[in-house]
Write a protein of this length. Sequence first.
Length: 415
Amino acid sequence: MAQTVQIHQAAPASDDWRSKLKLPPKDTRFKTEDVTATEGKEFEDFFLKRELLMGIYEKGFEKPSPIQEQSIPRALEGRDILARAKNGTGKTAAFSIPMLERVDTARNEIQAMVLVPTRELALQTSQVCKELGKHLGVEVMVTTGGTSLRDDILRLHQTVHIVVATPGRILDLASKGVAKLNTCKVLVLDEADKLLSQEFQPIVEQLIGFLAPERQIMLYSATFPVTVKQFKERFLKKAHIINLMADLTLKGITQYYAFVSEKDKVHCLNTLFSKLQINQSVIFCNSVNRVELLAKKITDLGYSCYYIHAKMMQSHRNRVFHDFRTGNCRNLVCSDLFTRGIDIMAVNVVINFDFPKLSETYLHRVGRSGRFGHLGLAVNLITYEDRFNLYRIEQELGTEIKPIPPTIEKSLYCM
């Protein structure tokens, strides 16, 4: 039987859609080259379904960012993709848009799966998929460890087209025969470097064995260690390579260090709070114990503050994440749990209360500010013991972290 190919007419220009859908005015705030240095394409140029375009514009997207421009057409062709782009430049939409376009809602089966390393990122990614695809009738399910297995089993008896999951939980469901992945032809690994670490890679490889033989695999991350290259050679066929990481740090983030003793860190933090114009800040510590202690000290100083780390109950983590995301609290103290893909536009200041040891960790931390090309500020509290790490990270990232001046211009990190 001849196969019918349905061609979707491109929607009118985005300005026409904006007035028809009663959308908010265009975002005219200053944005950096990380999202503005494009080839000039429009979302209509990808010949997407009209319903998907409606979701894109209602989400507030104006034009594709560079990673979206390069990724979406290749993904729509069914190509395997290895994409490297900076934090906050639109990677989630780069894979979500073509994935949603290719889902056939007439088929009651899992057709695509997104794997992420943390529960918080799973919730965020599934929300983006739901918002972009709300006019398509696509059913998106999120499943992570630390939640009710029974609820997930009941949900899988209903219609599910896209699964967003952490690896351990979806492997459990697939092994039990509850999540039927043999019809799943699209696999996305978001934060691929973390998913291909020793902790997750064996699980990811087991999951690939459950997928349809003819599958598309797409990897997205800001950093790609050797393990990613080895995985690509084993599982990706003629992968399309995208590398937008000529400069490792985000252009919109101004980076400073303050040289302090350990006992003066809290005093220094208090000074920063009083002098900076903070919309929201994320403050990083290197251990769980220090996260809780610092959050208490900040609260004692009279500032609104939450904390989040991996040893908290999942329900508590979800509540903290939701409240911070909705702006109920200005400052969040956290461990490196929070460095992966968390996308909160209001965060304009990141403070490394404890300086990280690895350049990769530094890159992911400071990327919590300056999301999607907006401006941000990173302040690093450096002790005598941190001085060699500071120098090494500057060299590895090809960046300069300057001494903090007496006054920081608000134009550097505020719109």
